[in-house]
Design a protein around this ligand. Structure first.
Ligand code: SF4
Ligand code: SF4
Length: 187
């Protein structure tokens, strides 16, 4: 087994591209809130119980799960890069063709209640938060009512992600920025 260097791109043999969404956790039912106003759905339903619209609204649009990752074939460690999927609009941090993404990016894994725990997701991702029994982050648009707060809080890839259209696959190792190991399944 090789020694890992500080600069992944030089010595680590990152050979296999990892599905964009990739991880493991157990879903927990959160307690129903009390008070006059109805408790928000994400506090009363499990991920599996949510409607499609509720499920989709959980995505804060951070774009972090759309960053490309490399797996070191010697260690199995997943390395995050600043290079986004070619379909990600790095300005809006949204998929530019969400409806047809499977056609153009077959390795894009559809998030489901039963695979959230096994995918590489940032700690702030709402799906991961709920799956781990944690509340939504304070910047989440469902709490603030403003989709921009994911950006103003610095939680999105806006301003630093590079479009995959501009980086050849063979150069990806030069853009590794962080390790993903243990409980840190993403960023
Ligand atoms: S990491 Fe989670 S919240 Fe962010 S874009 Fe991906 S699915 Fe949405
Ligand atoms: S296809 Fe769209 S949703 Fe899938 S990783 Fe690429 S930008 Fe993200």
């Amino acid at each position: 087994m090789r020694e890992k260097s500080a600069r992944i791109g030089e010595n680590a043999r990152a050979s296999r591209r990892v599905p964009v969404h990739d991880g493991r956790v157990t879903r927990k039912r959160l307690h129903r809130a009390t008070g006059d106003r109805p408790a928000p759905f994400w506090t009363t339903k499990t991920l599996a119980e949510m409607t499609d619209a509720e499920w989709e609204s959980l995505c804060d649009g951070c774009g972090r799960c759309c960053l490309q990752k490399l797996e070191d074939e010697d260690t199995g460690r997943v390395h995050l890069t600043v290079v986004a999927c070619a379909l990600l609009d790095v300005r809006t941090c949204r998929c530019s063709n969400y409806a047809e993404r499977a056609r153009y990016v077959p390795e894009c894994v559809r998030l489901r209640p039963d695979n959230v725990a096994s995918l590489v997701l940032p700690t702030t991702c709402a799906y991961r938060c709920l799956a781990e029994g944690r509340p939504l982050p304070a910047f989440h648009p469902l709490l603030t009512g403003d989709p921009r707060t994911v950006h103003t809080a610095g939680a999105s890839v806006r301003g630093w992600a590079i479009s995959g259209r501009d980086v050849p696959d063979e150069d990806l190792e030069d853009y590794v920025v962080a390790l993903s190991e243990g409980d840190d399944r993403g960023s």
